[in-house]
Design a protein around this ligand. Structure first.
Ligand code: ADP
Length: 486
């Protein structure tokens, strides 16, 4: 295995290069989920380091927010270019700490960088308003100002893109940030921060808190009066907790939480397109994405044909280490993740589900799970309700359109939904009926920097990306300028 040069740069910048002891500061190991190998150590920060990071973001706020939008845009643009110039290095690092196949990791780096490019452009278009006046002696205006210091807490499934998706709009708007990446994958965050510094971001504008003490660091980030906004991506359980914690200081929150995406195949669908879409949507990142198809509702008349087409494609999947060239499905993130997926599949099979393909841990051992197709499911099974977060397809037949819609919406979640049909009237009926923030129609890869990403119901609040994304990081201020005479 080649060691990405950025790994050593990152460990050095974190004060944890090699195996030398950085003193008595606590630190924790980052491991490769495919092999269990240690990649290095990073500082395990606690309460006092978070306070320090918030102070430094607060000091940097006037410096950064008073730069012109064009100056901020130029720095973001340089950051974007530096990421592009190191894309392979960054992708290798991402694969090593997260496990996903190298090509997916590369795609994630470029996808994440696209938000930085986009918001570098949007920085220059944060426009206020001049309102029609209610009297000749006054003028009425709306100003847009950066909200202040932002806290961001991010998950391990996209260790780079979930971070750039938050940092880019926050920094573009003029906010400064304290980010706490997931404990499984802190290295990609440190690498991004290092390139941001090289791009000219002033000291203190971006502060990375690496820690295994999620509750302790989260408690400070959600209660600190100098933090005005929390942007969180992760589980619904933790999102609710953080939202409660933010209530005390009435912080603005953006939450991108769990999904339970339905994937509906109608009888008039192009089944080849549906099977190809299902593959992308289900097996990317070994099924560990919040927009992964989680429940496949297939019209009974085409269920077998669809399942055969899917199974045929699935036999071409290659489970392995992400840096092996032919790998298409990597390991799950850690032993707890594989225990959870195994538990869901075992529970379903014990209650009568049938595995059409796969059904258990992969012969490679470790954190690898077999690509699996389950059928004959019912509501008593835990898998019928849970967000699987693994390479498991659950096939559920339906007869009527209304039943498919009802089952699709029968969940507290509302992030992404997909459906395949060629019927024009049905397209609008189903699109309008689905209670989801994002809908893929004859399409299963729908995220992009120019589109609003986010969910309804318990899947979250707010949108990331697009022209709407910047609004999460600005305050609106109404100015009434009076005394101007008649
Ligand atoms: P996942 O299931 O994707 O691991 P989590 O919600 O557990 O989702 O984790 C997402 C992020 O939230 C990670 O950075 C994790 O460290 C952090 N986190 C987990 N528990 C807490 C908590 N109690 N307070 C603050 N942050 C937390």
């Amino acid at each position: 295995m080649t060691r990405p040069s950025i790994l050593d740069e990152v460990l050095t910048s974190a004060g944890c290069s090699g195996e030398t002891d950085p003193g008595d500061r606590p630190r924790f190991a980052v491991t490769n989920p495919a092999t269990g190998d240690r990649l290095g150590h990073v500082p395990d920060m606690g309460r006092s380091e978070v306070h320090k990071a918030v102070r430094s973001a607060k000091v940097a706020f006037p410096v950064w927010s008073r730069k012109t939008a064009k100056e901020r845009a130029a720095i973001l643009r340089r950051w974007y270019e530096l990421i592009h110039s190191r894309v392979d290095d960054l992708a290798q690092l991402l694969t090593l700490e997260q496990g996903k196949p190298f090509n997916e990791a590369r795609g994630e780096i470029l996808y994440g960088a696209s938000y930085i490019e986009w918001f570098a452009e949007e920085a220059k278009r944060i426009e206020g308003d001049i309102l029609p006046t209610t009297g000749p002696d006054r003028r009425m205006l709306v100003l847009k100002q950066p909200i202040g210091v932002v806290a961001a807490i991010t998950p391990w499934n996209f260790p780079s893109a979930m971070i750039s998706r938050k940092l880019a709009p926050a920094l573009a708007a003029g906010c400064t940030v304290v980010i706490k990446p997931a404990e499984d994958t802190p290295l990609s965050a440190l690498a991004l921060a290092q390139l941001a510094k090289r791009a000219g971001l002033p000291d203190g504008a971006l502060n990375v808190v690496t820690s295994v003490r999620a509750a302790e660091t989260g408690e400070v980030l959600t209660s600190h009066p100098d933090i005005r906004k929390l942007s969180f991506t992760g589980s619904t359980r933790v999102g609710k907790l953080l939202m409660r914690q933010c209530a005390e200081t009435v912080k603005k929150v953006s939450l991108e939480l769990g999904g339970n995406a339905p994937f509906i195949v109608f009888e008039d669908a192009d089944l080849d397109a549906a099977a190809a879409g299902a593959m992308l949507c289900k097996f990317r990142n070994a099924g560990q994405t919040c927009v992964s198809a989680n429940r496949f509702y297939v019209h009974a008349s085409v269920l077998d044909a669809f399942a055969d087409k899917l199974a045929e494609r699935m036999t071409a999947l290659k489970v392995g280490q992400g840096l092996d060239e032919d790998t298409t499905v990597g390991p799950l993130i850690n032993p707890a993740a594989i225990d959870k997926v195994e538990g869901l599949v075992d529970d379903a099979v014990a209650k009568g589900a049938r595995a059409r393909l796969g059904g258990g841990r992969h012969a490679r051992g470790g954190n690898f799970f077999e690509p699996t197709v389950l059928e004959n499911l019912d509501d008593t099974m835990e898998i019928a309700r849970a967000e699987i977060f693994g390479p498991v397809v659950t096939l559920i037949p339906f007869e009527e359109e209304a039943d498919a819609i009802q089952m699709a919406n029968d969940t507290p979640y509302g992030l992404a939904a997909y459906f395949y049909t060629q019927n024009m009237a049905r397209i609008w009926r189903v699109t309008e009926a689905l209670e989801y923030g994002m809908v893929g129609l004859n399409e299963s890869v729908l995220s992009g920097e120019n589109a609003p990403f986010g969910g309804m119901k318990e899947s979250g609040i707010g949108r990331e990306g697009s022209k709407y994304g910047i609004e999460e990081y600005v305050e609106m201020k109404y100015l009434c300028h009076g005394g101007l005479g008649a």
